[in-house]
Design a protein around this ligand. Structure first.
Ligand SMILES: [Zn+2]
Length: 281
């Protein structure tokens, strides 16, 4: 995939190389005097001031050149997604697309959905409209599964943006609201449909990015498919348990993931990805 020198997204929170450490017992007498003075003057407690005091200075770690390259790459892919989805929302739905944010972090970071850590893998948090990515995941993926090539990473980022699209379309809420009424087995089935639709949307993104920017190289789609293959639940479960348990699937099989990605890549339409009203997954 050709990405060097191309425009990058500005909707990015780069939290790499920083870790906030909350320190207890460090509020000195000076702070207390300032606190009282502030309260007397304004009649309110300067909560923010106290919170700032309780956080130690941010620790900066050196980020490697490889990390910086991956970060730039992720920002280019994010920008590509912004371009595609804002256009598609306008043209196919007649509505305005609201941009998600990309959070790049190392180790762990706070999301509105809870704590994000490298172990979680990339994910989208519907509560804060942010895609969380620890670049270590991409490096691990390459090491563990042998997935190579930029486009495989682009596919995974675009799958997460696909979850944002579902959120904007109200699909995420619908699935969530059914959670309590369904058995675990039934809910898992629904959650597979949600995942496969995100794969479909990643395919839609690939369709338009090739049509408008001609940035795909030969073999890119195969790379993306290999990535889908290597993160399919059957593969993951085989690695962890040595066997496959279909009812515990949450992402769909590798074959299903490939199928829906290609479907999206061929059609390029939002409406063609209705994984919910079909028995043919
Ligand atoms: Zn997903």
């Amino acid at each position: 995939m050709r990405w060097r020198g191309r425009a990058t997204s500005t909707n990015v929170e780069d939290r790499r190389g920083t870790s906030k450490r909350v320190v207890g017992g460090t509020i000195g007498i000076g702070t207390i005097i300032m606190f009282i003075a502030y309260s007397l003057l304004t009649g309110e407690a300067p909560i923010e001031m106290l919170q700032q005091q309780q956080q130690a200075p941010q620790q900066t770690q050196q980020t490697s050149k490889q990390d910086d390259e991956l970060a730039t790459f992720a920002k280019v892919v994010f920008k590509d997604n912004e371009d595609v989805w804002s256009k598609l929302f306008q043209e196919q739905l007649g509505s305005r697309y609201s941009y998600p944010k990309l959070v790049l972090y190392t180790g762990h970071t706070q999301a509105a959905c809870g704590m994000a850590s490298s172990a979680t893998g990339p994910f989208y948090c519907p509560a804060d409209h942010k895609v969380y990515i620890d670049l270590q995941f991409f490096k691990d993926l390459k090491r563990k599964f042998g997935s190579s090539g930029d486009f495989a990473y682009a596919y995974i980022i675009s799958h997460e943006v696909g979850h944002h699209v579902q959120n904007l379309l109200g699909i995420t809420d619908q699935v969530q609201s059914m959670r309590r009424r369904l058995s675990r087995k039934e809910y898992n089935k629904l959650s597979v449909k949600l995942e496969l639709q995100a794969d479909y949307f990643a395919g839609v993104w690939a369709h338009h990015i090739q049509k408008t920017k001609h940035v795909l190289d030969e073999g890119d789609i195969e790379e993306a498919i290999n990535a889908a293959n290597s993160v399919g639940d059957d593969r993951l479960q085989k690695r962890h348990q040595g066997y496959v348990v279909p009812d515990a699937f949450t992402h769909g099989t590798s074959e299903q993931r490939m199928k829906w990605f290609i479907k999206g890549f061929k059609s390029g339409t939002i409406k063609g990805g209705d994984t919910f009203n079909t028995n043919d997954l």
